[in-house]
Design a protein. Structure first.
Length: 111
C-alpha cells in the first residue's frame, strides 16, 4: 500500500514527508479531482488553515493552497493577473490582489 500524502493538522504538514501540505505528491493526487471542485475544496481548507496557522501570510497561503489549482489561462477578474484569481467563497483578504484591495477600500467592488 502506498503511503498517503495527507494533511496533519494543526501543523498542516504532510504525513509522509513533513513538507508544508499540500506537498507536490499531494497536489498530484488532488489534481485528479474536478478542477472547479478542487478549487472550492482548497479554498475551504485555506480558510481553516489560516485560522490554525495564524502566523502565515495570506499571500503565502494563497500560493500554497490555490495558485496551483487555477486553470492555465485563468486570470484575475479584477486586475488580469495570471498569478491569482478571485474564487467564490474565498474571503477577499485572503486573495493577494492589489486591485481587489483598492476596490474594497473604495467600496466599488463589482458584485
Ligand atoms: Zn507529501
Ligand atoms: Zn487581481
Amino acid at each position: 500500500m502506498n503511503a498517503t500524502h495527507r494533511v496533519v493538522r494543526p501543523s498542516w504538514t504532510c504525513a509522509v514527508d513533513e513538507l508544508p501540505w499540500p506537498c507536490t505528491e499531494a497536489q498530484r493526487s488532488l489534481r485528479t479531482n474536478d478542477p472547479a471542485m478542487l478549487r472550492q475544496t482548497m479554498a475551504n481548507l485555506m480558510a481553516i488553515a489560516q485560522q490554525e496557522l495564524d502566523d502565515t501570510d495570506p499571500t503565502t497561503l494563497y500560493r500554497r493552497f490555490l495558485a496551483w489549482t487555477l486553470e492555465p489561462d485563468q486570470r484575475c477578474a479584477i486586475c488580469g493577473s495570471r498569478r491569482h484569481a478571485v474564487i467564490p467563497g474565498v474571503p477577499p483578504r485572503l486573495i493577494p490582489c492589489d486591485g481587489l484591495r483598492t476596490a474594497l477600500a473604495g467600496r466599488d467592488l463589482p458584485r
